[in-house]
Ligand binder design. Structure first.
Ligand SMILES: Cc1cc2nc3c(=O)[nH]c(=O)nc-3n(C[C@H](O)[C@H](O)[C@H](O)COP(=O)(O)OP(=O)(O)OC[C@H]3O[C@@H](n4cnc5c(N)ncnc54)[C@H](O)[C@@H]3O)c2cc1C
Length: 239
C-alpha cells in the first residue's frame, strides 16, 4: 500500500479574502481540509501546554494534490522538462523548448539564478536555512493525542507533526523537522541524522517503541531568513 506523507510544507493558513474563497471551494471539492488551530509546545524538556493560532489547512491526498487541482484548468502542464536556460529574445522569453510572453520562476532564488543572466533577478544575497524532514512510521500510535508539537530549545528537532491527524486517516506516522544548525552539518549525509532524530522524537513524545520505518529528506533551501521588501518582477524591454 502506498501512503503519501507531507515531508515538505506542513500546512497553510489563510488571511487573504480571495484565497479564503478559493480554499472554501477546495474544501467543498474535498481537496483541502481544516486541520487544527492548536499545537502542543515542548519547552525546557517538558510538554508545556498548547498554543492556539489560526486554522491550519491540510490536504487529505497531500499538499501536492492542491497544486494539481489548481492546475486542472491549464491547457497543458509539462512536469518532465528540466529547464536549463532562460533567455529574453525579440520573439519573447525562451525557456529551452518553450517560447512565452510571461514566465514565473517559482523556485528558491539560488536555483533560478542558474538559468538566467545575472541582472535579471533581484540583487540580494538572501541566506537560506536548511531543514531535514524525517518521516517516522510506527506500528501503532503510542503518543498523546496531538496534531503537532513546536519543540523549543532542542538541538536536534524543532517541530513534529502527526501526519495521520493531518491527513485524517489516523495512520501512526510522524514527521519531524531537524534544527537548521544540526541539519546544516548533515546536508551531504541526511540519513546520518536519523539516530538523533528518532531519539529526540521519542523523548519529546514519550514513545517507547522504535519506528518500523524511517526516512530523511534534505531541503537545502528550505526557508529564506528574510524576505524581499517588495514584490519582484522583470519585464522584457521594448525593442
Ligand atoms: C521543510 C519545509 C517546511 C515548510 N513548511 C511550510 C509550512 O508549514 N507552511 C508554508 O506555507 N510553507 C512551508 N514551506 C515553504 C513551502 O514549501 C514553499 O513556500 C512552497 O513550496 C513554494 O512553492 P513553489 O511552487 O513556489 O516552489 P517549490 O515548492 O520549491 O517548487 C519549485 C519547483 O520548481 C522545480 N524546478 C526547479 N528548478 C527547475 C528547472 N530548472 N526546471 C524545471 N523545474 C524546476 C522544482 O522541481 C519544484 O517542483 C516549507 C518548506 C520546507 C522545505
Amino acid at each position: 500500500m502506498v501512503r503519501i506523507v507531507d515531508y515538505g510544507a506542513s500546512y497553510f493558513t489563510v488571511s487573504d479574502p480571495d484565497f479564503r474563497t478559493l480554499v472554501e471551494e477546495m474544501i467543498t471539492a474535498g481537496v483541502v481540509r481544516p486541520w487544527t488551530d492548536t499545537f502542543h509546545v515542548h519547552t525546557e524538556g517538558t510538554m508545556a501546554g498548547v498554543k492556539t493560532g489560526p486554522m491550519r489547512y491540510a490536504a487529505p491526498a497531500g499538499l501536492r494534490s492542491v497544486v494539481e487541482h489548481l492546475a486542472k484548468s491549464l491547457a497543458a502542464v509539462d512536469t518532465e522538462t528540466h529547464i536549463e536556460r532562460i533567455d529574453i529574445t525579440d520573439a519573447g522569453i525562451q525557456a529551452d523548448i518553450y517560447t512565452a510572453q510571461h514566465v514565473a520562476l517559482c523556485m528558491p532564488q539560488p536555483q533560478a539564478e542558474r538559468m538566467v543572466d545575472s541582472g535579471m533577478l533581484p540583487d540580494v544575497n538572501l541566506t537560506w536555512e536548511p531543514v531535514i524532514a524525517v518521516t517516522l512510521v510506527f506500528d501503532d500510535q503510542q503518543w498523546l493525542d496531538m496534531d503537532g508539537v513546536f519543540v523549543n530549545d532542542d538541538p536536534v528537532i524543532t517541530w513534529v507533526a502527526d501526519d495521520g491527524k493531518r491527513r485524517g486517516d489516523d495512520a501512526p506516522v510522524l514527521v519531524a523537522h531537524v534544527n537548521p544548525v544540526f541539519a546544516a552539518r548533515h546536508l551531504e549525509d541526511p540519513s546520518g541524522v536519523l539516530p538523533n532524530v528518532i531519539a529526540a522524537t521519542r523523548r519529546v513524545l514519550g514513545i517507547e517503541a522504535l519506528p518500523s520505518w524511517s526516512w530523511a529528506h534534505r531541503w537545502s533551501l528550505a526557508r529564506p531568513i528574510a524576505g524581499l521588501d517588495e514584490d519582484f518582477g522583470c519585464t522584457r524591454s521594448s525593442p
